[in-house]
Design a protein around this ligand. Structure first.
Ligand code: PCD
Length: 809
């Protein structure tokens, strides 16, 4: 028999399970233009929506005249807040417990805000009609600086001030000023102050993480189709959380949830941009309900950059203390968080500043205190976790800059300072001063491996020589060595801590095995390019012993997929990946009973072996999973239901804490401000690795977005609130030209609580990459007296730094 001569190893290989570099199954369609994106959806009689947007950042709306637009041939309707008011849909709830105007209700609060929604027969007519809507604005004073906002008499959110002038509490407690949103405090204030006051060495710095924006290739959009005959609404859209969108649409429209079907088809990148709900979705749904035909809305690039959810915009002022020998004793951080016109941050409810309280980083810091003040300004709302788990990138940038500044203060090597403060392997699970319990880590091993790989001492010697040469006039190029050791926190859940709009952050997987031994598994998450169809099949192949190639993974259709909270915050592997493994184990448990019956032994006398159950002690007696699958459908087995299906809803006991050690080596031309990245070494530890090739791709992508953010990508405003970087001419999107060669490496420290030991990885390279690039730029100037300079480090800013340090002679 063929099976008897097949080795165990070759049976493992044939599955294409965990740990192998399985080729991405989705790429067959993506690379041949066969993907099915929202804008590919074309329905009979479909109409198109487009927005009239405010040219002003702060203005009162005195009147809107839609008559000329309505008179244009092909225009079906023009919606304003007045039309939505009777339905109660002129405002909508945000993910952060605030509310946001769907269409301008009396005033506008940021440039590009939605004022009216034109519905027309095609996109071009809609765009022409937008030009014909006449809006009479009265300009109001504009506030773009959050510190100014907290002092100003100008009230941005008149809806949040009571008639007697008092300030009602916000979603996160009392407010200090009419432009203040919340204060969030974690840790021990008094104790930290005491530690800082009595410390031998204290370093202090203000670190600004500039406002930027995720820039997926595909912008946001949707197609709403109300079928008035059977009362069903179908909504296709670029949603990172389709089930949550279904629930929200049901709650705000009153349509029962079973009558709403939300479909996320292929998505051209998400990066956090597609987590929240936008006015375009609400207006398209209303327009379809009113007209009875499908309505499509797709943003253009400028609309995407200027109006959908921003990222970062955190002013972080910190103090870090240490002994003379460099042992860190305390950390304090105050953040002024610019949230724009509405608080629409996509964070779990209890965390108004996301997971900013991971800001003690990879270090054993006994005492810490964090306070965050959220502030309204005349900028676009949002606050998404652009390739990071809810403000983790801000937290890591903060601590990794503070470590560098402390190293300067101590006159110490920054690599050594890190090494003596890392949480030790034997301290895990480690309870951090700001509340989190890190599941596992081995930072020293990773760090030493990184230092060795790049020949750290050699690099420092070369750098010292370069400084000499520069001073001697032999070169105009400085050398920077950027170091970062980051710890991430990904995989929200636990339901007890984390919910979005009251929806607990669990996730799910449902598996059906077909009689011939192939399968379909559906998940509550949704891939935006990460390769879920490839990797989740690998998890299952290993768990249930059927080849990955025989397993279809389906996500994104709420009519068929089990409820889940979606894909962002690198939560798919930690949460849905765990659900997948556990659903697989349920399948295996039933398969075991079937196998025992077929082999005429007791359940406990068979054991799982790669792709089969064998009788213990008699390996020649076995039933393959394929045979068992067939038996599940064709045998009447006493006491066992026919069929082979399982579902698992997984509420993780804790988050997972991936980490990594990165080194960047760059040359900086002092006269032009240009940087040349000579080397970038990235060691990632994401626990058990499902697909090393996909991980490498994730690291390349995350590092490239890190390079973008650190070296130029920014949403900048002038003092009038005009967005200065609203096109790809001004907004930096790196191409092959700017991207260096990345060297990837890894260690494996499994998560102790995850069923397969895996942690997330998709965001790590971004979270670790941003401080690493930034530290390299700062480090290049350390020998010339620089402590800290703000990102983004574009050529002009670098030139300016060099100039301010007197390096231009
Ligand atoms: N993995 C493996 N292993 C491990 C882990 C992981 O293999 N250990 C793989 C998985 O399976 C997948 C990936 O890797 O496939 C990823 O994963 P994760 O980490 O879990 O994540 P997810 O959840 O899936 O996803 C998410 C992420 C995010 S978050 C982001 S931004 C980004 C990243 O993802 N995005 C994106 N990546 C990416 N890619 C692409 N292509 N696209 C996109 O869009 Mo947020 O929060 O949203 O901001």
């Amino acid at each position: 028999m063929k099976d008897e001569v097949t080795t165990r190893e070759s049976r493992v290989d044939a599955l294409g399970g965990m740990g192998c570099k399985r080729k991405r199954v989705e790429d067959a369609r993506f690379t041949q233009g066969k993907g099915n994106y929202v804008d590919d959806i074309k329905l009979k009689g479909m109409l198109f929506g487009d927005f009239v947007r405010s040219p002003y950042a702060h203005a009162r709306i005195k009147s809107i005249d839609t008559s000329a637009a309505l008179a244009l041939d092909g225009v079906i309707a023009v919606l304003t807040a007045e039309d939505l008011r009777p339905l109660g849909l002129h405002w909508m709830p945000t993910l952060a417990g605030d509310k946001q105007m769907v269409l301008a209700d009396g005033k506008v609060l940021f440039q590009g805000q939605e004022v009216a929604y034109v519905v027309a027969k095609d996109r071009y007519i809609a765009a022409d009609a937008v030009e014909l809507v006449e809006v009479d604005y009265e300009e109001l004073p504009v506030i773009v600086d959050p510190f100014e906002a907290l002092k100003s008499d100008v009230v941005l959110r008149e809806d949040l001030v009571a008639e007697d002038g008092s300030l009602p509490d916000g979603a996160h407690g009392p407010r200090k000023h009419h432009n203040h949103i919340f204060t969030w405090e974690v840790g021990e204030k008094e104790a930290t102050t005491q530690v800082l006051d009595s410390a031998e060495v204290v370093a202090e710095e203000t670190v600004y993480y500039h406002r930027t924006h995720p820039c997926p290739l595909e912008t946001c959009g949707c197609v709403a189709s109300m079928d008035k005959v059977n009362g069903k609404l179908t909504l296709w859209g670029t949603f990172q959380a389709p089930h949550a969108i279904r629930t929200v649409v049901s709650l705000i429209s009153g349509i029962e949830e079973h009558n709403i079907r939300v479909i996320s088809p292929d998505i051209g990148g998400g990066f956090g941009n597609k987590v929240g709900a936008y006015p375009g979705y609400v207006c398209s749904v209303v327009a379809s309900i009113v007209t009875g035909v499908p309505v499509k809305w797709i943003e253009d690039r400028m609309e995407n950059l200027m109006t959908t959810a921003f990222a970062r915009d955190y002013w972080m002022t910190g103090k870090i203390s240490a002994t003379k020998e460099g042992k860190i004793t305390g950390l304090q951080c105050h953040v002024t968080a610019d949230h724009g016109g509405f608080d629409a941050c996509a964070d779990p409810t209890k965390f108004p500043a996301g997971f900013m309280n991971i800001c003690t980083g990879s270090y054993d810091i006994p005492t810490a205190y964090l306070a965050v003040d959220g502030v309204y300004t005349n900028k676009a709302p949002g606050g998404v976790s652009y390739r990071c788990s809810f403000r983790v990138t801000e937290a890591v940038y903060f601590i990794e800059r503070m470590i560098e500044v402390l190293a300067i203060e101590l006159n110490m090597d920054a690599a050594e300072l890190r090494r003596i403060n890392f949480i030790r392997k034997d301290q895990f699970p480690y309870k951090a001063a700001l509340g989190w319990e890190y599941d596992s880590g081995d930072y020293h091993t990773a760090w030493d491996k990184a230092m060795k790989a790049v020949d750290y001492d050699g690099l420092r010697a070369e750098q010292a020589q370069r400084v000499e040469d520069f001073k001697a006039g032999k070169t105009r190029k400085l050398m920077g060595i950027g170091l970062t050791h980051f710890t991430e926190i990904v995989g929200a859940g636990p339901v007890k801590n984390c919910d979005i709009l009251g929806l607990g952050m669990f996730d799910s997987c449902e598996i059906r095995i077909h009689p011939t031994g192939s399968a379909i598994a559906r998940l509550g998450t949704i891939s935006q390019g990460q390769g879920h169809a490839t990797t989740f099949a690998q998890i299952l192949a290993t768990e249930i012993g059927l080849p990955a190639d025989s397993i279809t993974i389906e996500e994104g259709d709420t009519d068929t997929a089990p409820y889940g909270l979606g894909t962002y915050g690198s939560r798919s592997t930690p949460v849905a990946g765990a659900a997948t493994a556990l659903a697989g184990r349920k399948i295996r448990a039933k398969a075991q009973m079937i196998a025992a019956y077929l082999l005429e032994v007791h359940d406990d006398d068979v054991e799982f072996d790669v792709d089969r159950f064998v009788v213990k002690g008699a390996p020649e007696k076995f039933k393959t999973m394929k045979e068992i699958a067939f038996a599940a459908y064709n045998q009447a087995i006493p006491g066992i239901e026919p069929g082979l299906e399982a579902v698992s809803y997984y509420d993780p006991p804790n988050m997972t804490y991936p980490f990594g050690a990165y080194v960047c080596v760059m040359d900086i031309d002092v006269d032009t401000g240009e940087v040349d990245i000579r080397r970038f070494y990235a060691l990632d530890d994401c626990g058990t690795r499902i697909n090393p090739m996909i991980i490498e791709g994730q690291v390349h992508g995350g590092l490239t977005e890190a390079l973008a953010v650190a070296l130029g990508q920014e949403i900048a405003y002038d003092e009038m609130g005009n967005v200065k970087t609203g096109t790809l001419m001004d907004f930096f999107l790196p191409t092959a030209w700017e991207v260096p060669n990345y060297e990837t490496d890894h260690t494996v420290t499994p998560s102790p609580h995850h069923p397969i030991g895996a942690k997330g990885v998709g965001e790590s390279p971004h979270v670790g990459g941003v401080p690493c690039f930034s530290n390299a730029v700062n480090d290049a100037f350390r020998a010339f007296g620089l402590r800290h300079t703000h990102m983004p480090h574009d050529h002009w800013r670098i030139w300016k730094t060099a100039n301010e340090l007197g390096l231009h002679g």
